[in-house]
Design a protein around this ligand. Structure first.
Ligand code: SF4
Ligand code: SF4
Length: 259
């Protein structure tokens, strides 16, 4: 099957990212990653990260209209303030407010100044979509598979997330289901895919590590992921497109296994 061949080629190409002399500090970085996401959640975390890479938001605005609170980190605030040509102080004052849960302040966390039932102040019905799309808060970038919940709460789950009311998720599910069905009917492809993801192969270990790093970037932010990437000796966190082709086959295989 063409998808499997592309997945094999993409997985082999990952080797080009490895610095001369191999990855550094592998064990230490793995331990740090385990502290962020426990190993027992790893397959779910990886699958949700892969879905995130494959997802293309239809920008229907439902999330921007219906989410109750949109958490912003200080990095989000700096980035958006710069984009809008405002000082950080002005941005915080005009666009954010303290984050409260059950009437209690959540530390010094802030959320966008959005009232329940009203759209986010950056939602533009005319576009349609987000007025600050290139610099939007991390929670909006990771709004689906890795953290529908507020990033400040950070629950881990043994679940491949799905969002039936999201049209873009439905399209992605349909693509994956279609591929899984073809796999189900084709024993040769099924054995090829099992060989492709043989966990003893070095390229599979590398794919898992890089997808995990990508998931950490999505979930915990670019800075956190870059620190880990540098410790590994990588120049940068891999681009989405470098992992998404094999990621598609990875998720389809997991779905197929759960049939
Ligand atoms: S519901 Fe889906 S398509 Fe609509 S804005 Fe949210 S993520 Fe995007
Ligand atoms: S910041 Fe942008 S993407 Fe996030 S909720 Fe507001 S309009 Fe939507």
């Amino acid at each position: 099957m063409e998808e499997i061949d592309r997945g094999i080629r993409a997985m082999k190409a990952l080797q080009k990212l490895v610095p001369e002399g191999g990855m550094k500090n592998l064990e230490r970085v793995r331990e740090e990653m385990d502290e962020l996401i426990s190993p027992e959640f790893e397959p779910y975390f990886l699958a949700n990260a892969a879905l995130h890479l494959l997802f293309v938001c239809d920008r229907c605005g439902r999330c921007c209209l219906e989410e109750k609170g949109i958490a912003v980190s200080i990095d989000d605030c700096r980035r958006i303030a710069r984009h809008l040509g405002l000082s950080l102080k002005r941005f915080m004052k005009d666009y954010t407010r303290p984050h409260e849960m059950k009437g209690e302040l959540v530390g010094s966390a802030r959320i966008l100044g959005k009232k329940e039932g009203e759209p986010c102040p950056f939602f533009d019905f005319g576009l349609p979509g987000c007025r600050i799309h290139p610099v939007k808060p991390q929670v909006c970038i990771a709004a689906l598979y890795l953290s529908k919940m507020n990033l400040l709460i950070c629950e881990e789950q043994k679940k491949i997330n799905d969002f039936p009311i999201c049209s873009a998720d439905a399209k992605l599910r349909a693509r994956i289901a279609d591929f899984s069905l073809q796999l189900y009917e084709d024993t040769k492809s099924k054995s090829e895919i099992e060989m492709l993801f043989d966990s003893t192969k070095p390229e599979v270990k590398l794919f898992n590590l890089l997808l995990r790093l990508k998931g950490i970037e999505i979930y915990f932010g670019h800075e956190r992921a870059m620190l880990l990437a540098r410790k590994l000796g990588l120049a940068r966190v891999p681009e989405d497109s470098v992992l998404s082709i094999t990621g598609f086959v990875y998720v389809a295989r997991l779905q197929e296994a759960r049939r």
